[in-house]
Ligand binder design. Structure first.
Ligand code: NAP
Length: 473
């Protein structure tokens, strides 16, 4: 039951452990070591000591390690998915989908390890460059520290561990406390690969203490954080010259234009709004529907919602279950009540039954209601009508966030206009903003973060460009 820290390839016990319970069954799932400042410093130092071992690996050796890891996840697919489902109440079907993506993410990392390359610079394009030959190299930066959230405990960790190792760096991982069991499973799999000891280290405990120790340690070259904006922005403000990537939250929106065959898009809308109980950074939170299709949209949407199966996350037929904690569920419920007091109408849901917040649709929500302008991170979606595409684009842009946005339309002109005007990191034409595959560039603007993930793009963040100039004069 006791889960220790991993430093330099060895499990390290601590004086204090924290009990963690399953959100749905409430069973005790593990006792996780609470790292002290000294433990965290030693984890960083063990990662630092391993940088020379990582530097000796060739590209193909790094690729093989990541390939081994991808294959191990494929071999242990069901076990890895069951752990996610147990610790985070992610319905098993989505947990299996997450492991399938994790397998691919490490595979992409293995492939990118072989493509780490610079470029030739045409020096003689400048009068002062004649007779000179130059090229760039991408070099690993050293120790990377990663802090990850609960909602994708394997795949979002893979988006940090994969590119860090592909580029020849070492890493200290601090997973979300609620989902540290998945991080331990990853550690067990990595121990079966040829990765040098100390290249991957695992610390658990207080996010604040661990984050502050990462910030203070001179050997840490980068902090890559996925989580809530408040924590991410505070880390960046104190990071000095350390590199920082922030993948933060959003209140993602979609536009539904007139003329779209609604029956073809309903499954995607339901998945976008309610998968993993809406606890997805690009969960569909705001729907702007052209006013002439509202009635038909609401009818088809609510019909689909009644087909969702609520229950135990470990049941493979379950679509929706309890949120990560009762506190979070109560917060979301309070925001729904607030919106109703501010004039919104509940179309369906809006209640907690058997410890599950029912899939909730709110209509006619003022833009200043928290369910609209903040990140709800719950199975709650709002629908407002618009009479023009410009109005819809303006409504989506009226947000502090900008991760991804979607638009369903049959008009090329409208799609093109939306792609240019939406202020987000990614525009998805004819799908929900919740769409993501793991090699695409991914990251937000505004309070949704800074820096990109998607293996190739994360590797750019996790390497330094070095220039070499030969003077042949
Ligand atoms: P969170 O509360 O910010 O936690 C994220 C991580 O930060 C956890 O490991 C947490 O540790 C740690 N942490 C907490 N306080 C800290 C501090 N003061 N200093 C350093 N680390 C600290 O977020 P969450 O509830 O797990 O995840 C939900 C958020 O993540 C949402 O806003 C969501 O949109 C965002 N997210 C973004 C993306 C993306 O790619 N853009 C993807 C997924 C999620 P403990 O667990 O120990 O508290």
């Amino acid at each position: 039951m006791k889960k220790h820290l991993l430093l330099n390839g060895e499990w390290r016990m601590t004086d204090q452990y924290l009990d963690v319970y399953a959100p749905y069954s409430k069973e005790l799932i593990g006792q996780f070591a609470i790292a002290t400042e000294i433990d965290v410093q030693q984890a960083i130092e063990s990662a630092h000591a391993a940088t020379s071992k990582m530097a000796m690996l060739t590209a193909i050796q790094r690729a093989q390690i990541l390939e081994q890891l991808s294959n191990l996840f494929a071999e242990h697919r069901e076990e890895a998915a069951t752990i996610i489902s147990l610790e985070s109440a992610k319905p098993l079907k989505y947990a299996v989908a997450e492991i399938d993506r994790t397998i691919e993410t490490y595979k992409f990392a293995a492939e990118e390890a072989k493509r780490l390359a610079g470029e030739l610079i045409p020096m003689d394009a400048s009068k002062g460059g004649e007779g000179r030959f130059a090229y760039t190299l991408r070099e690993p930066i050293g120790v990377i520290t990663a802090i990850t959230p609960f909602n994708f405990p394997q795949n979002l960790v893979a988006h940090k561990v994969g590119p860090a190792l592909a580029a020849g760096n070492t890493i200290v991982l601090k997973p979300a406390t609620q989902t540290a069991l998945s991080a331990h499973f990853l550690a067990k799999l990595l121990a079966q690969t040829d990765l040098p000891a100390g290249a991957f280290n695992l610390v658990t405990g207080s996010g604040k203490l661990i984050g502050d120790t990462f910030l203070a340690h001179p050997q840490v070259k980068m902090i890559t954080f996925t989580g809530s904006p408040a924590v991410g922005i505070s880390l960046r403000n104190r990071a000095g010259l350390k590199k920082v990537t922030l993948e933060l939250g959003s209140n993602a929106g979609v536009i539904v234009d007139g003329g779209v065959p609604l029956e073809n898009i309903m499954d995607r809308i339901v998945m976008g709004a309610f998968s993993n109980q809406g606890q997805v950074c690009i969960s569909l939170q705001r729907i702007y529907v052209m006013d002439n299709v509202l009635d038909s949209f609401l009818k088809q949407f609510t019909e689909k919602i009644t087909q969702l199966k609520l229950g135990n996350p470990l049941d493979p037929t379950t679509d929706l279950t309890t949120m990560i904690s009762e506190t979070e569920q109560q917060r979301a419920y309070t925001w729904i009540q607030e919106a109703v007091n501010e004039g919104a109408q509940i179309i369906t849901g809006g209640r907690i039954e058997n410890n599950i917040l029912l899939p909730t649709v709110l209509y006619n929500v003022p833009s200043h209601s928290r369910v609209s302008c903040e990140e709800i991170f719950a199975p709650v979606v709002i629908i407002n009508t618009v009479s023009t595409i410009d109005e819809a684009i303006e409504a989506i842009n009226d947000s502090n966030y900008g991760l991804q946005a979607g638009i369903f339309t049959t008009s090329i002109e409208t799609a093109f206009k939306a792609s240019k005007k939406l202020q987000v990191g990614g525009v998805i034409i004819n799908d929900v903003p919740t769409y993501r595959v793991d090699h695409m560039p991914y990251g937000g603007v505004k309070d949704s973060g800074t820096g990109k993930e998607g293996i190739k793009y994360a590797i750019e963040e996790m390497t330094e460009m070095k220039l070499v100039i030969w003077n042949n004069n």
